[in-house]
Design a protein around this ligand. Structure first.
Ligand SMILES: [Zn+2]
Length: 653
């Protein structure tokens, strides 16, 4: 077995580990259950990928983000590491093959989405595998105290019982002390959960280790990130001012999809380069916009919280929240997408006097009264015409607007009610039904070859389908449109168009991927009065939600405590130093810019522009000047018309 450092050097080319990577690796490598608290960008994946390569067997990595999963597997394979993934939407044969490969020992890392954990197939195959250790990414999702609880994560405890000898590595970028404790409790193997043993299962109770997690915490302090709260009566104006002051890539977070579009239009009208993103957009459109932003073809991404997971753009200079998020966890994570490259960056939160009322209203919207929830449950049964005692396991499309119109409900409240019903175990409510498209040929193979009126594009797509997917003449098969596009050498949009044309010409039957959410009954339909919503999924969670909203209110309304410090303390980190760059620190320090400093800053900017070329505003970050002084001077120079600023560029007039 080579040393961890050799592996790091061989595959990743780094000379040594950073931060707490080594401690985590050594802990899991010596068989201890380990919890690593690392902020995003802290080099999380190395902490399980390196020991996975050093140890015998396969490392099972549980992670909720399919896009991220695919990305990591792709990346690992490029490095020559045997990695694989199973997730919802994959073909049964492929899943089987992938699992068999793990049993044969040819896979070092197997990524699994939490929804797959409960399947019988997975349990059976897992019991035949040699498992080095389990990695639980985004481990806070297992905690009901967390802001992002996912019931499917609870299955991990059962999975552990299949291999009690394999230690677990839990990783998270956000966890309060209470959540940390909860993660450790929930992930400990629970012998009581075990089903009667089959011969495949190893005997488990005798060799349980004492369950003490070794916890490693990396500071969540972001030294290059200035947290700024801007109290303003005019958020539009303030937003534009902030975005004009600082150049470079930016994200503007908003609450609603509609708002995302409006604000992007507003920014564009103001001469800034902007687009928008939310979960309701077509897949291809989302991809395209993300790429445009990633490659700096568009500067500002206006988005709902659907944007950002798994996106790693290092040079984001500003993350601006137009609306207040409903928890410090969400805020910290979203704001933390700025300045991953270590260069100065800003996390700005806009706030006006309406916000406290709006925040408090979210509590009622998120937790409608129990009777209301039961009513929605009953209306759902009318909607699908499910009799009492029926409906178990059946999956239905859910059109929320139609439902609301028919039963006179408000979407926000219905949405909240459905989430609570899901937590109570009555339904599965999957909002982002990102299923794959399906295709079936309507003509025979021979007819297809005799086809002579096909355009070259049509021919390419047909050939690609034939080459990559079997059985499409007999029955519908799932296809991955972006994969087909890639193989055919077309854009996803063109590929989608061609598939539609082929379908209109009756050569194929094409069922596009569904954008519609779905609801599945996970229990037989109950009578309304028998619907049971327990205290721990209603009152307890309501209380936690209220506390998080209150913490957010404290954050925006406080004027006497360093913002960075407030956030760090929320996550249980004791720090004695103020950050010196948040709005509170600046004000406390009476940090106004000295005339001397201002003269110097002005001189530096003007000499950069002396070549009469236009310069991107990010070039200024290379100048040895504090961001605040630069911003102030920049504003002055523009006001005095000594320089011109447009779309992230500055130049002499
Ligand atoms: Zn501060």
């Amino acid at each position: 077995m080579s040393s961890y450092k050799d592996i790091l050097k061989y595959y990743w080319g780094y000379d040594d580990f950073r931060g707490i990577q080594r401690e985590i690796i050594e802990s899991i490598g010596s068989g201890h259950d380990t919890l690593g608290l690392m902020p995003t960008g802290g080099g999380k994946s190395i902490t399980f990928q390196v020991p996975a390569l050093a140890m015998e067997g396969v490392c099972i990595v549980i992670t909720p983000l399919i896009a991220l999963m695919k990305d990591q597997v792709h990346h690992l394979r490029q490095l020559g590491i045997r990695a694989a993934a199973i997730y919802s939407g994959m073909k049964h044969d492929d899943i089987l093959q992938t699992l068999e490969n793990c049993i044969l020992g040819s896979t070092k890392l197997l990524y699994v989405s939490p929804e797959r954990l409960g399947s019988k197939l997975f349990h059976t195959k897992l019991s035949h595998m040699r498992v080095s250790f389990f990695t639980v990414d985004e481990a806070h999702c297992i905690s009901q105290w967390g802001y992002d609880f996912r019931p499917s994560y609870l299955e991990i405890a059962n999975i552990r019982d299949i291999h009690p000898e394999a230690p677990v590595l839990a990783l998270t970028a956000t966890a309060t002390p209470r959540v940390v404790q909860d993660i450790c409790d929930k992930l400990a193997p629970q012998a009581s959960n075990l089903k009667p043993q089959t011969s495949n299962l190893k005997s488990q109770t005798s060799n349980l280790k004492p369950q003490t997690f070794q916890v490693f915490r990396m500071s969540f302090e972001r030294k290059n990130l200035a947290y700024l709260v801007r109290h303003t009566p005019d958020k539009h104006y303030e937003m534009i001012r902030c975005l004009e002051n600082v150049g470079g890539s930016a994200i503007v977070y908003v609450r609603s999809r509609l708002h995302a579009r409006e604000i992007a239009e507003h920014l564009t009208a103001a001469g800034l380069s902007a687009t928008f993103y939310h979960a309701g957009l077509e897949h291809a459109v989302k991809d395209q916009r993300q790429r445009d932003w990633q490659h700096d073809r568009v500067r500002i991404m206006v988005a709902t919280n659907a944007f950002g997971m798994g996106i790693d753009k290092p040079d984001v200079r500003v993350v601006l929240h137009y609306d207040c998020p409903d928890s410090p966890e969400a805020y910290f994570q979203e704001a933390g997408r700025a300045g991953r490259d270590g260069k100065p960056a800003q996390a700005i939160l806009l706030y006006n006097s309406n916000d406290p009322v709006k925040l408090m209203k979210r509590i009622d919207d998120t937790f409608p009264p129990r009777d209301y929830i039961k009513e929605v449950y009953e209306h759902l049964a009318y909607y699908y015409q499910i009799a009492t005692g029926d409906g178990y396991g059946v999956c239905h499309e859910f059109h929320i607007e139609e439902f609301c119109q028919r039963f006179h409900h408000f979407p926000i409240r219905v949405h909240a009610a459905l989430q609570i019903l899901e937590r109570a175990g009555y339904i599965d409510f999957d909002e982002e039904a990102d299923n794959q498209s399906r295709v079936r040929f309507l003509v025979s193979r021979d007819d297809l070859y005799r086809l002579n009126q096909a355009t070259p594009e049509e021919e390419r797509v047909i050939v690609t389908l034939l080459r990559n997917y079997g059985g499409l003449f007999a029955d519908y098969g799932y296809i991955d449109e972006s994969f087909v596009a890639q193989q055919a050498g077309f854009t996803p949009e063109l590929t989608h168009e061609v598939l539609k044309v082929l379908s209109e010409r009756r050569l194929i039957s094409f069922i596009p991927r569904r954008q519609v959410p779905y609801i599945r009954y996970t229990q037989r339909r109950e009578d309304k009065e028998n619907v049971w919503i327990s205290r721990d999924i209603y009152e307890d969670r309501l209380e936690q939600y209220r506390e998080r909203i209150q913490s957010m209110l404290n954050y925006i309304q406080s004027h006497d405590q360093c913002r960075s410090r407030m956030l760090l303390e929320y996550f249980g980190e004791k720090t004695t130093k103020d950050c010196g760059q948040c709005d509170v620190c600046r004000e406390n320090n009476g940090q106004t810019i000295t005339p001397q400093g201002q003269r110097e800053a002005r001189q530096q900017v003007l000499s950069l522009l002396a070549d009469h070329h236009r310069h991107h505003i990010t070039e200024l970050s290379r100048l040895p000047l504090p961001t605040e002084e630069l911003n102030a001077v920049l504003t002055l120079l523009v006001q005095d018309e000594e320089i011109e600023q447009e779309d992230g560029f500055i130049r002499l007039p």
